[in-house]
Design a protein around this ligand. Structure first.
Ligand SMILES: [Zn+2]
Ligand SMILES: [Zn+2]
Length: 259
């Protein structure tokens, strides 16, 4: 056996062993004692908590530092003006700390068994009585999907679909790749993603209630554009379900910054 082949073999065996018996938690670096497909300790898996806010918009659930951005019905300016594009938002935690690290492991390092754990988080915030006809993952541009090998939102959608007994349907697609949203204002973000989504196929979605699933919610501009494409195809209701949202309360001192 050549040295190269032997090394490759050793590497493959090590990879396999690491998958089943990882030595340390990939979040807190403490030694792992339990055998699991997820290389994260049980303490870190239990750590993420639902985002708490004293003041938040009743529709998009955006947290605020005080009640000034909210009108008497409890809605923020974007919802009041109908600029959000979706009818309700359910999101689990803040995109921060352990939850953020777990999402990175899932998305960028391909730790797919976290799908189950995240399904549990999502189920905690989605009201059981809500009825949906289809669960739609936020589409990735095909190039991104090809690079990553999977669409993280699709894995989350599958998990919720399994628990809710509702089918996952790919009803929207990315019509074009969009430049990164980072550093743009709320209005610029909405413009950046305008027309970025098209309904897939010719199926009319008349009267359908849709649950759109995304991993991280920043301003909601991208999800809003996607929700609008679903509504153009006839959907009567689009709710958004996200695993985490960027909590930018410290910067949300004026309404324009609410994005
Ligand atoms: Zn840990
Ligand atoms: Zn709102």
């Amino acid at each position: 056996m050549s040295e190269g082949v032997r090394r490759a073999g050793q590497k493959a065996v090590c990879g396999l062993v690491n998958l089943v018996f990882p030595d340390e938690c990939r979040v807190c670096n403490e030694p792992l004692h339990e055998v699991s497909r997820v290389p994260v300790c049980s303490r870190c898996l239990k750590e993420p908590e639902p985002l708490h806010a004293e003041f938040f918009c009743v529709t998009c659930r955006t947290p605020f530092v005080n009640r000034h951005p909210l009108d008497e019905t409890g809605r923020c300016a974007l919802c009041r003006l109908g600029l959000n594009g979706f009818d309700a938002v359910y999101s689990f935690g803040a995109y921060d700390g352990t939850l953020r690290k777990l999402i990175h492991l899932f998305k960028f390092q391909g730790v797919r068994p976290l799908q189950r754990v995240f399904g549990g988080f999502l189920a905690q915030v989605l009201p059981r009585e809500q009825r949906f006809d289809a669960i739609v993952p936020m589409p990735l541009h095909w190039r991104r999907r090809w690079q990553r090998g999977f669409n993280q939102s699709e894995l989350l959608a599958v998990e919720i679909a399994r628990r809710w007994g509702v089918p996952v349907r790919r009803l929207v697609r990315r019509a074009r790749a969009t430049p990164p949203q980072a550093g743009l204002t709320s209005a610029q973000r909405r413009k950046n993603v305008q027309g970025a989504f098209k309904s897939a196929g010719k199926t009319r979605l008349d009267g359908m209630r849709i649950l759109l699933v995304d991993d991280v919610l920043t301003t909601g501009a991208t999800a809003g554009a996607c929700a609008r494409a679903l509504k153009r195809a006839g959907a009567s209701h689009v709710s958004l379900l996200a695993l985490a949202r960027r909590d930018r309360r410290d910067r949300w001192l004026n309404v324009e910054d609410n994005a």
